[in-house]
Design a protein around this ligand. Sequence first.
Ligand code: SF4
Ligand code: SF4
Length: 277
Amino acid sequence: MRITVASGKGGAGKTSVAVSLALAAGQALYVDCDVEEPDGALLLHPHLTWEEEATLSMPVVDEGRCDFCKACSEACQFHAIMVLPHKVLVFDKMCHGCGTCAFVCPQRAISEIDRSIGLIQGGDRDDVGYIGGRLNVGEPMATPLIRQVKAKIPQDAPLVVLDAPPGVACPFVETLRGSDFCLVVAESTPFGFHDYLLVEEYLRELSVPFGVVQNKGGLGDDRLLCHLEKEGIPLLLSLPYQREWSRAYSLGVPLVEAEPSLSEGFLELLGTVEARL
Ligand code: SF4
Ligand code: SF4
């Protein structure tokens, strides 16, 4: 079973919930797809056993062979290659490495080289496996790295918990792709509720089954809970705001270790999700 843990905004407690869910379940794989700000390892403290560089192919033009016909720039959907009268420019940060330009070049003037976009690491902590990606500083495209991180997930992993980037942009969609269920972590504050609604709308559009974990309950108001009740959306767990839990988080202590009794709630949540699939 693959569960994506999402949130409409950063700071909602998504990573905290994802790591605690994996730890409570055991025999699980935690996958940090929040590659722009990966902090799951700071809570899980995995023993890292491997790492590899993530790369993306980018075109290199042999201007000795090129006749500046512009077929490459006309074929590129991403405006990543521009043909001037006597020069071809490649904008590496806009290039998706799709290979179309090389495919259409009539002069076979385009070859490809690998460009580093980040790092993928893996390891484990007891019976919880870890895979995480880290995007290079200044690298604008998270999606290709997330795809490469997910490609490392073993097919026979019994439970995979994917920690998604916040928001509903392409990196979230790439993380969610292939998941059986989405757990949305939300706060009942005006901003939190607004951002939650964006995720809900998206999940409905994609017909992905989902449920909600309310975090920092007691802060804000009851608009989130009223909405869930009205719409018949399952509230799978409610975590009250506790100053000690926030402190534990800041010290890198997972929620289920700061408050072991919460493991039961996470296991019940898992049972409810399984029963719904
Ligand atoms: S398609 Fe090939 S030959 Fe034409 S401009 Fe691009 S690199 Fe040059
Ligand atoms: S590899 Fe794809 S994205 Fe990159 S320049 Fe060529 S056509 Fe454009």
